[in-house]
Design a binder for this molecule. Structure first.
Ligand code: SAM
Length: 281
């Protein structure tokens, strides 16, 4: 490993060996056990890394491909990483392929500290929309929901029960950067039910047996908590009973149900309908 100057004097380490311990630690982030041990996760792409830095996320390591040498934006991100106390690694293509497990990896990868919002800090105000996901299993669904929450200007996501990891590589990829913009809280079902009692607004569950058409509800007053069920089992009884209303999205055709992320998207655009406007050119 050698060191050289690149916008962050003396701080950029060149790495070409997969046996390098820093690289081994980053590769290990593919597994939840090591993400939890290190309390860290990986995000790919220069734009994502810059957005994360702008939003105040703690960067631990910035990894960039040799091709990024001399690129002003990469050098600036490197300097910001060093200023934040992080490490900057310039690596070979082979190392980047191994870290990302992709044939055509992005030029930049960032390793960040995980951040979970404590449930007790969520105090919803008028106009706020929160989404609670019951035992979400699929990383693509979770990432897509986080991205959609961001897109509609909802406040955040509460993960209830045993769920897929919001910081897995697959989830982070599916969020397309929204993981850095959307607060995520985690709760056991009991903790969620206790917190829900203090929620001063409409708790809208979605259910295939729901008696109410989701388009007939006035979501414009007060905060809304949208509660979505598990992909295989839907909402369990105790969560369903805790909702003020159980809403259904009418369907035609042979499909039993909508995909979780699609159903969440349909609901969120309805709930936020009045708040979303096209920007004039
Ligand atoms: N077999 C599951 C069931 O019986 O509920 C299907 C679950 S569905 C794939 C995942 C979640 O998306 C549901 O729990 C519900 O929250 C929501 N969902 C999907 N389609 C819906 C619909 N037509 N109306 C209301 N909610 C729906």
């Amino acid at each position: 490993m050698s060191e050289r100057h690149a916008g962050a004097p003396g701080q950029v380490k060149e790495v070409t060996s997969l046996a390098n311990p820093l690289i081994k630690d980053i590769k290990a982030l593919a597994l939840k056990k090591f993400r939890d041990q290190q309390n860290a996760f990986m995000a790919e792409g220069l734009k994502l890394v810059i957005d994360a830095l702008d939003l105040g996320w703690q960067i631990r390591t910035l990894v960039f491909a040799k091709a990024g040498r001399g690129n002003a934006a990469v050098e600036k991100a490197a300097a910001r990483t060093v200023a934040a106390g992080g490490t900057v690694l310039e690596v070979s293509e082979k190392v980047l392929v191994a870290i990302t497990r992709r044939d055509n990896p992005q030029m930049v990868v960032g390793v960040f500290s995980q951040k979970i919002l404590p449930l007790k800090e969520i105090r919803a105000r008028d106009g706020d929309v929160w989404v609670a996901l019951d035992r979400v299993r699929d990383p693509g669904n979770l990432g897509t929901v986080i991205r959609t929450v961001d897109a509609v200007g909802a406040r955040g996501v509460i993960l209830v029960g045993e769920t897929t990891d919001p910081f897995s590589v697959e989830t982070v990829r599916a969020t397309m950067g929204s993981i850095f913009a959307v607060p995520v809280a985690k709760a056991t079902p009991d903790a969620f039910l206790a917190w829900r009692k203090g929620f001063q607004g409409l708790v809208a569950g979605t259910h295939l047996q729901g008696a109410v058409d989701y388009r007939s509800v006035d979501f414009s007053k007060g905060p809304v908590l949208l509660v979505m069920g598990n992909e295989q089992q839907g909402l369990p009884e105790n969560l369903a009973e805790s909702c003020d209303r159980l809403l259904r999205i009418p369907q035609a055709g042979r499909a039993d149900s909508l995909n979780l992320a699609v159903a969440t998207g349909v609901m969120l655009f309805e709930i936020r309908r009045g708040a979303l406007k096209l920007e004039p050119d």
